[in-house]
Design a protein around this ligand. Structure first.
Ligand code: OXD
Ligand code: MN
Length: 628
């Protein structure tokens, strides 16, 4: 390294931190760091190794510089993002694309040169008066064929602290690898801070450079935009996976424990805020991960790992009865970062749907808050934000799976797709085979939008495999990749679809929050071929007798025939309309759609129309059973 540049690195790092970098003996790491020290111009630099001492340095900094405040319970802190910085910014998240490259209308790109110039302009001197944190992490279990190591540069101790909870530390992994250059890089600056939050949110940008494996994020604090290893890394991973024959998915990984003593692992893809985390934490079952999974084919079977080691979960309607495990972790001492909740006069967090009730006043993401407070546009400001979050290590949950850190991953028996769907699909159904599952369940997923992304809520949107927001390859290629991946399996997992949000014509939910546990147990028994099911044009659905038994066994509840019929009635017209919408979406926006997608969807539509001609718009499962 040039004398002058090395001098700068030494000067900003100080003896101790410089030594930590020296021990890595990695030229690419050093070049990367010095480049951004020069550009961002921090006052000083801290290098995080895997030591507890370094983790605690960052934790303390977050308190010292006001990014987090201590709450009443030991280890609990709260962080606030700006009023207009409360969710993922899809509109300003773009791929830096070389001239002539186009991923199709569903994926936002920006000319690489122009995008780099813009982001570097925002980063220039952005860390003046601040400390730069350099952190090393690992996606996936350490020393595993699944794992990818990463370097995060950030000027936010909250981001660095969150990552310390959410990911496995990776400094030692870098050291072991020596002078290598295949790692992910993230550069984040919250930009100018005013009253504790990013001031220039109009210049909030998340730009992804797939070729150079680097993601930039500026003028934002919300973790979904800033924690590089989460959704920013998922974008890089999807691209890399597409070149290397594995899958990077927006999926939980969990074990379902049958009373006979066996455990069957599932992965499940759901859009944000649609029940993914709460499924993965079902009491009596075990959690491997709640958000992002890497899947690999090993000897014809799928194995999966959790990319993360913590949970950045939505804190809404979390109560001791419905979510006992997370409730316990969130109300006992230990490390938890709450974000964008209400802080009460007793210095405790309060959230929407908290059964302890909402106080009259407190401090929240809008500052001092009192019931009835309105924003500049006259909209009600809720006490806690709808997308308020907690950040906690999975190890804090009593039901962490024993295989959670296994470097081989867990054998996947079932894959689930779920969305927020108020009027079409039955609560649970099983695909006919891998191709049918991928195309009619994963590739046809629609979901009503939620507060996890900026923009209007409750709008039904196409969301390919619940991964659309993070796709970094053209959609058709992504679907083909899944089909191809499945075709190489000798023992493919069974693909299922669930819907926790089905309503009746009056707008009431037809299922309870806990019912998902029964659907999981039904799927588990189906995988082991222990029970029959009813064949319908959209998939196999449960028989009443099995659900009646499982409701009693799992929830100690009587399950009536009426409930079953209402929940599992095939809504033929709605299903046909959905297929037509999905086909239209692909025709309009996915130039590389695989032909087989249209064939399978048209086939399903035909099946529905034939049935409709005979039995009408709404067909009871009892009728479907006899019409086989
Ligand atoms: C998340 C998201 O936070 O998907 O997991 O938005
Ligand atoms: Mn997610």
């Amino acid at each position: 390294m040039e004398e002058k540049i090395m001098g700068l690195l030494k000067d900003k790092c100080g003896e101790e931190n410089y030594k930590k970098l020296e021990l890595l003996n990695n030229q690419k790491v050093n070049d990367f760091i010095t480049g951004y020290i020069q550009l961002c111009n921090p006052d000083k630099v801290f290098v995080r190794t895997d030591s507890e001492e370094d983790a605690s340095y960052i934790r303390n900094k977050a308190i010292e510089n006001g990014e987090e405040k201590k709450l009443g319970i030991d280890g609990h802190t709260v962080h606030f993002d700006g009023y207009y910085d409360q969710a993922r910014d899809k509109g300003n998240t773009k791929y830096l694309l070389a001239k002539g490259v186009d991923f199709g209308p569903s994926i936002k790109g920006i000319d690489k040169e122009a995008g780099l110039a813009e982001i570097k302009d925002y980063l220039k001197d952005s860390m003046g008066g601040k400390e730069m944190y350099i952190c090393f992490f690992c996606l996936g279990p350490l020393d595993s064929e699944f794992s990818i190591v990463c370097v995060q540069i950030t000027d936010s101790s909250y981001v660095a602290h969150s990552e310390g909870i959410l990911y496995r530390s990776g400094y030692e992994s870098f050291k072991k690898k020596g002078n290598f250059d295949k790692f992910f890089r993230f550069v984040h600056s919250a930009g100018v801070i005013e009253s504790g939050v990013s001031k220039n949110v109009a210049q909030r940008r998340v730009y992804v450079d797939l070729q150079d494996r680097i993601v930039f994020s500026t003028n934002t604090q919300y973790a979904g935009n800033t924690v590089g290893l989460k959704k920013l890394a998922l974008r890089l991973a999807i691209y890399q996976a597409s070149k290397e024959d594995w899958l990077a998915e927006h999926m939980f990984v969990m074990g379902i424990h049958n009373p006979k003593g066996r455990v069957t692992y599932f992965t499940g893809a759901f859009p944000s805020a649609c029940g993914k985390t709460s499924t993965s934490m079902l009491p009596g079952e075990t959690i491997v991960g709640d958000d992002i999974a890497y899947l690999r084919n090993k000897e014809g079977k799928i194995y999966a790992v959790n990319v993360e080691s913590g949970i950045f979960g939505i804190i809404r309607d979390v109560n001791p009865e419905s979510d006992p495990l997370i409730w316990e972790a969130l109300t006992s001492s230990g490390e938890v970062i709450f974000s964008n909740v209400l802080v009460t006069e007793k210095n405790a967090p309060s959230w929407l749907g908290d059964e302890r009730g909402i106080p009259e006043s407190g401090i929240n993401y809008s500052g001092e808050w009192v019931k009835g407070k309105k924003d500049a546009k006259g909209n009600d400001i809720t006490s806690s934000h709808k997308n308020a979050r907690y950040t906690v290590r999975i190890g804090r949950l009593k039901n962490r799976d024993v295989m959670a850190d296994d470097e081989q991953g867990v054998l996947v028996g079932g894959i689930i797709y779920g969305g927020r769907d108020s009027n079409i699909s039955v609560p649970v159904q099983e695909s006919f085979d891998w191709k049918h599952g991928v195309l009619t369940m994963g590739a046809s997923l629609e979901s009503e939008t939620t507060a996890a992304t900026l923009g209007q809520e409750g709008v039904r949107k196409f969301n390919l495999m619940a991964n659309l927001d993070f796709l970094s390859i053209p959609l058709g290629k992504y679907i083909n990749k899944h089909l191809d991946f499945g075709s190489k399996l000798t023992s493919a997992p069974i693909i299922f679809a669930v819907n926790y949000f089905l309503k009746n014509s009056k707008g009431d939910y037809l299922t309870e929050k806990e019912d998902k546990h029964v659907w999981m147990r039904w799927m588990e028994e189906r995988i082991h071929k222990e029970i029959d099911a009813i064949k319908t044009p959209t998939g196999f659905i449960p028989e009443y007798k099995d659900l009646k038994r499982l409701f009693k066994e799992v929830l100690d509840r009587e399950y009536s025939k009426e409930e079953y019929i209402e929940q599992f009635t095939l809504r033929v017209t709605e299903n046909i309309a959905k297929i037509e919408r999905v086909i239209a979406e692909y025709k309009a926006n996915v130039p590389d759609s695989p032909q087989v997608l249209f064939e399978v969807l048209e086939g399903q539509k035909q099946g529905l129309e034939t049935l409709k001609a005979e039995y009408g718009d709404y067909i009871s499962p009892e009728v479907l059973k006899t019409s086989r």
